[in-house]
Design a protein around this ligand. Structure first.
Ligand SMILES: [Zn+2]
Length: 230
């Protein structure tokens, strides 16, 4: 870790993504924090144009700062989508200064927006780990969790409703069966009564003929005949 004199309002420290630059003193909004510096690369020179690293800071079509040198403390500053600092670029002076765009408290990590090109090339593929993106991811995860719970509860309610419906159906079926049996029983009773009534009536209708004496005589005759034959 490079030595940083104590009058600087920052220090290099551990961050979520590795190392980062942290405020050690309050930094006022608008204040210059540190210069982003390194050798100037000329895109018109083949040798310069061939250099490739994560710390290239493009000033314009022609000039790029190679910030990969150890002395460039600003290279420790991580990207953030909602940063507390910005890169103040003067292409004419070929100079970049990192400036606070918010009041920064001691202990806070200093960060600036690396820009769309860097984001697309390096951060999007691995997922940006800045506070704003982490918060967004957390929120999305919480929402997804809530949605899963909601769907689970819905499925459980549906299953319960189905089970209740089936239970009610089974009960109805049983009740219908029972009432059918009862009805059949009643019908038999009713038939029996009806038949009894009918036979009763028939008997009653036939009774007078039986009472007339013919029936008794007819009944008596076979007995006499069997006795006679015996
Ligand atoms: Zn981000």
């Amino acid at each position: 870790m490079p030595a940083i004199s104590s009058n600087k309002p920052y220090r290099v420290g551990r961050s979520r993504t590795g190392l980062g630059l942290f405020a050690t003193k309050p930094i006022k909004k608008g204040a210059k924090i540190v210069r982003y510096f390194g050798p100037l690369l000329d895109s018109r020179k083949k040798k310069d144009d061939a250099i490739e690293n994560k710390y290239l800071f493009e000033l314009n079509n022609r000039w790029t700062i190679d910030g990969s040198v150890r002395k460039n403390i600003a290279r420790y500053i991580n990207h953030a989508c909602k940063p507390n600092a910005e890169s103040d670029v003067s292409p004419r002076k070929r100079k970049v200064v990192i400036r606070a765009i918010k009041n920064i408290e001691p202990g806070e990590e200093i960060n600036y927006d690396y820009g769309t090109d860097y984001f697309k090339a390096y951060l999007k593929p691995i997922g940006c780990k800045c506070d704003a993106c982490e918060k967004k991811r957390k929120k999305k995860r919480a929402e997804a969790r809530a949605e899963r719970l909601r769907l689970k509860a819905k499925a459980e309610r549906k299953a319960l409703k189905k089970a209740e419906k089936e239970a009610a159906k089974a009960e109805q079926k049983l009740a219908r069966k029972a009432s059918k049996q009862e009805l059949n029983g009643n019908a038999k009773h009713a038939n029996g009564k009806l038949m009894n009534g009918h036979t009763g009536k028939a008997a009653a209708a036939k009774l007078p003929s039986a009472k007339s004496g013919i029936f008794a005589k007819a009944r008596g005759r076979p007995v006499q005949e069997s006795q006679a034959s015996a």
